[in-house]
Design a protein around this ligand. Structure first.
Ligand code: MSP
Length: 512
């Protein structure tokens, strides 16, 4: 039997507002990891999508004066268009209004109800409209108030359905202690363990239709819809085929579960993904748990990206201005996975100019141009016994590839890129020190010129192949020019005799 396919998902994005740079980062991160696994020959199931129900969507739709279904559809189209533009190559698409999802969510709710994990109770207290949850004194700030992060807070008395979360807390605490790999990075796992250790009650999983109509109806009490998080979290399994009817067009669940990485932002670890989700799975009878990859946030000028303060960057406009791969590269290079970073368009420009145009682009362009100029279309493999500087570059390239893969396996994309660009820098230095233009003038140096050109093509190919998951379109062009279209082999490979390179064309044009 082969290895289990790699199963990766992202948070599903709220359809109450158009996508911003934070949404784009998360999808690019997941796409890069998925492409890296595919490039190493592993089967991948990459699931992403949109969160269409809930109060936020209902409110935005009301403001726009259109039905929530239409509003969610319109915003969904914006997300889909952006993912197409950014080259997000997902295999599965989750929309929570999909009847297949609704059926499966209702089936799980019915099961939890039948096994006694749900109960109905009356609650009166403060409720945050923005966060769609009841607040307790824990949520009050030092001044004793509910801070601005909760948005509008209203007093409500309501009868609702509750999920017996407290009953499963001891299990979760034990699970976390025994499974440190549940959360990456580990400092987030520690935060989660601390949160779980605190006493807390059950989870309200319903909203009366009188207040919120835009959700999945409870199958055992038609006056209520499901709390949006219960609905949304379930997407990770329903769109992977969990409880799907035969012929529903969804994958074979057994083949993919458990998920290797739910890629989420730090804001939705506690309580949603770190507490509700594993407990929901446990209660539903799951024997295995997914893993969580928690990334940090992109801020703007040190402040949180937020639509209400007009503090947003449109990723589509950036991709139009600099190219999709420039944006992807910047988003992967200027943040350490798990940490926060500040978005800065000047940095994006600088990275494009320095790393892509000057370093990688120039290396390939010089290499292919010189190969054509000095040898025509066909290159020689060069002497089997190589000069010390060529041997050293090969060793450095192999080591860079090893470090690249080791970093990617830990989701440290920035470190992987650092390793790949050390190879690029070393190859550019090799061009300078070996000076092929001088060798070309001296007939006696013909074998050395063959060697230098071969080694440069090898180094360029390896660098482009490594960079492929991050900058797929550009890397495809670079590889094609090097005569290696479609070759993503991540090892140093000696050039074959008679290898033909293509036409040199700049892949990263200078910015205005
Ligand atoms: N709909 C919920 C998730 C449900 S998952 C079962 C949600 N949606 S969201 O649109 O608000 O956020 C989607 C993802 O984008 C989250 O993982 C969130 O952390 C991430 N980001 C939102 N803003 C971000 C930044 N400024 N920077 C990086 N990621 C950010 O939460």
């Amino acid at each position: 039997m082969g290895a289990k396919p790699f199963f990766i998902t992202t948070a599903i994005d709220y359809t109450n507002a158009p996508p911003h740079i934070g949404h784009a980062y998360e999808k690019v991160l997941a796409d890069v990891v998925a492409r890296w696994h595919r490039a190493r020959g592993r089967e991948v199931f990459f699931l992403t999508g949109v969160d269409q129900h809930g109060q936020k969507v209902q409110q935005s739709a009301e403001k726009a004066g259109i039905p929530p279904a239409q509003f969610a559809r319109e915003i969904t189209a914006k997300f889909k268009a952006l993912w197409a533009k950014l080259g997000i190559a997902y295999d599965g698409w989750a929309e929570t209004t999909d009847p297949r999802h609704i059926r499966a969510v209702q089936a799980v709710l019915q099961q939890l109800h039948d096994q006694g994990d749900l109960y109905k109770a009356k609650h009166s207290g403060y409720y945050s409209v923005r966060q769609e949850q009841f607040l307790t004194d824990k949520e009050r700030n030092d001044a004793g108030e509910f801070g601005p992060e909760w948005g509008e807070v209203v007093h409500l008395e309501e009868e609702n359905w509750y999920f017996r979360l407290a009953k499963y807390r001891p299990w979760l605490a034990e699970y976390l202690a025994a499974h440190p790999e549940f959360v990456t990075p580990s400092f987030r796992g520690n935060e989660l363990a601390n949160a779980v250790a605190k006493e807390a009650g059950d989870l309200c999983i319903s909203r009366p239709k009188s207040r919120l109509g835009w959700g999945i109806e409870l199958p055992f009490d038609r006056d209520f819809v499901t709390y949006v998080w219960f609905d949304a979290l379930m997407n990770y399994v329903t769109f992977a085929g969990y409880r799907a009817e035969p012929g529903a067009g969804l994958p074979d669940f057994e083949k993919f579960w458990p998920c290797d990485a739910h890629v989420i932002g730090k804001d939705i670890l506690i309580p949603a993904h770190g507490i509700y989700w594993p407990i929901m799975l446990k209660a539903a009878g799951f024997g295995t748990m997914p893993k969580l990859l928690v990334h940090g946030w992109w801020n703007l000028g040190g402040a949180k990206v937020s639509k209400s303060s007009g503090n947003v960057v449109d990723p589509a406009a950036l991709a139009d201005r600099y190219g999709t791969d420039a944006l992807r590269y910047y988003l992967m290079r200027d943040i350490a996975t798990g940490q926060d970073a500040d978005f800065n368009e000047e940095r994006l420009r600088a990275r494009y100019q320095a790393d892509l145009a000057n370093d990688l682009g120039n290396l390939v362009n010089r290499t292919v141009s010189m190969a054509r100029r000095y040898r025509g279309e066909k290159l020689a493999a060069g002497p089997a016994d190589r000069a010390p500087d060529a041997v050293a570059l090969e060793a450095l390239g192999s080591e860079a590839a090893r470090r690249f893969d080791a970093a990617m396996a830990k989701y440290d994309v920035h470190l992987a890129l650092e390793a790949a660009w050390e190879l690029v820098a070393a190859a550019n230095s090799f061009v300078e020190s070996s000076a092929p233009w001088k060798l070309a003038k001296d007939e006696a140096q013909s074998a050395r010129l063959d060697e230098v050109l071969a080694v440069l093509v090898e180094a360029s190919r390896l660098a482009a192949a490594l960079a492929h998951p991050i900058i797929p379109t550009s890397a495809d062009h670079l590889l094609a020019q090097l005569g290696f279209g479609g070759c993503f082999n991540a090892q140093w490979q000696r050039l074959a005799e008679g290898h033909a390179v293509g036409e040199p064309t700049p892949v990263f044009p200078r910015l205005e």
